[in-house]
Design a protein around this ligand. Structure first.
Ligand code: KG4
Ligand code: ZN
Length: 315
């Protein structure tokens, strides 16, 4: 069994995974703490991680019916993410590894998202082309082996999840915005507005123009009009993001495709890709089970080498 800790953003997560089986997965969301600011406040996130990481690990072990003796390693997200938030997880993981006499496995958060596909019930085998769409990243990946991937395309500006979050903010919806737009879009007409998505060369993405287009539309409307058209705006905006993602996936070719990351929870995107391997809903947004899953394919770092291991903010 591997114990994993994930604290890259605003969710304090711990999980125990045995092979491809999730024994327990604890996700303590801080969303309620950040909602009044309309986004994650890094310093607040770090402090909250500090309070929650111990209980999360304890709950994960308890939920798995495991003790430290049952573990072969401690895995932890080393980056990318908010540096102060990552540091809490990395420091905690070092302490647990040292106390339990276990090696440490540093995991790349993006590799973790891909590895959400390697857990039951999917247990997906490469090769496949993977769309990773989260709040921080939007990438097309060529996955040939479970230990890694090569990047085919990435966003030139905003990530798809960021586009959802910023769009939700413009529409006066809550944070995090993706789920709110998803929900509201179901009541709206996706053809009401024509939001174009920039076409950039190759397999890259661009979403900043779309956000600006929504801003201009919102500015044209009075408060009453906005209230009346909010669902149509959400539906049309979501349609544009989904279309851009699906088009790029098609352009990448590949016989088998997969979708991971928070945006993979989007109902319209899931419906648009009936053939794709889709990460289960609970594993789309951040969690530690996916970090443990990736950890299975990374060489553990023994004591005392892992003491010098650092968190890193960027990919
Ligand atoms: O993977 P994730 O939990 O964290 C990062 O690594 O960034 O992704 C969070 C992102 C947020 O931008 C959130 O708005 C988006 O995923 N998201 C969604 C949905 N659920 C979460 N976007 C669209 N539709 C959803 N149902
Ligand atoms: Zn993530």
């Amino acid at each position: 069994m591997i114990l994993a800790i994930e604290t890259s953003c605003d969710e304090t997560c711990a999980a125990v995974v045995e092979g491809s089986q999730i024994r327990s997965s604890i996700v303590a969301s801080q969303a309620a703490l950040h909602v009044r600011y309309g986004g994650v406040v890094p310093e607040i996130a770090s402090r909250r991680h500090l309070e929650l990481v111990g209980p999360a690990v304890r709950d994960a072990l308890h939920g798995a019916g495991a003790t430290f003796r049952d573990l072969r390693a401690v895995a932890v997200t080393a980056g990318p993410g908010l540096i102060g938030a990552l540091l809490v997880g990395v420091s905690a993981a070092k302490a647990y590894a040292y106390a339990a006499g276990l090696p440490l496995i540093p995991v790349d958060h993006l590799h973790g998202h891909v590895a959400s596909l390697y857990l039951q019930p999917l247990d997906l085998q490469p090769p496949f082309v993977c769309l990773l769409a989260s709040g921080g990243h939007t990438m097309l990946l060529d996955v040939r082996e479970r230990a890694g991937y090569t990047v085919l395309g990435t966003t030139l500006d905003d990530a798809a999840g960021e586009a959802f979050d910023k769009g939700a903010r413009l529409l006066g919806l809550g944070y995090p915005g993706g789920r709110e737009i998803d929900r509201l879009a179901a009541e709206g007409d996706p053809t009401a507005y024509d939001f174009p998505v920039a076409r950039v060369p190759g397999l890259d993405f661009s979403f900043s123009g779309l956000k600006t287009a929504l801003l201009y539309k919102v500015r044209e409307l009075s408060a009453d009009e906005l209230a009346a058209r909010r669902a149509d705006l959400a539906a049309s905006y979501q349609r544009a993001i989904v279309r851009a993602l699906v088009e790029r996936l098609a352009a990448a070719g590949g016989d088998r495709i997969a979708v991971v990351g928070g945006v993979a929870a989007n109902s319209e995107l899931r419906a648009a890709l009936p053939e794709a391997a889709l990460a289960p809903l609970a594993l789309c947004t951040d969690n530690a089970a996916m970090i443990a899953s990736a950890g299975r394919y990374i060489r553990p770092v023994p004591y005392p080498d892992y003491l010098s291991l650092d968190a890193r903010a960027t990919a």
